[in-house]
Design a protein around this ligand. Structure first.
Ligand SMILES: [Zn+2]
Length: 92
């Protein structure tokens, strides 16, 4: 396994979502490749910070207003751009 392959699989590796043989291959690469091991440690640190610091919730009133605004929006037409695309017809 090379660095590029490790980069592809590292997030699945961190989530434990790889077959065991691939988990072992990534582990072996991390053991032998300091740059990838450092990237792995940084990613672990980043996840840890996000998990511990990003726990605030928006105020109830704000969440309620967003939910109401979203409920008022008609769903976009299938395959279309919805309201965003309406003005574009005149440009064609
Ligand atoms: Zn590497």
């Amino acid at each position: 396994m090379d660095c590029e392959q490790t980069l592809v699989w590292i997030h699945h590796y961190m989530d434990g979502g790889l077959p065991q043989w691939r988990m072992l291959a990534v582990t072996r690469h991390l053991d032998d490749c300091p740059p990838c091991a450092q990237g792995y440690r940084l990613e672990l640190h980043f996840r840890s910070v996000v998990a511990t610091k990003c726990t605030e919730q928006a105020p109830y009133n704000l969440r309620q207003r967003i939910a109401e605004a979203l409920a008022c929006q008609p769903p976009p037409a299938a395959g279309g751009l919805g309201d965003v695309g309406k003005g574009l017809d005149s440009w064609a």
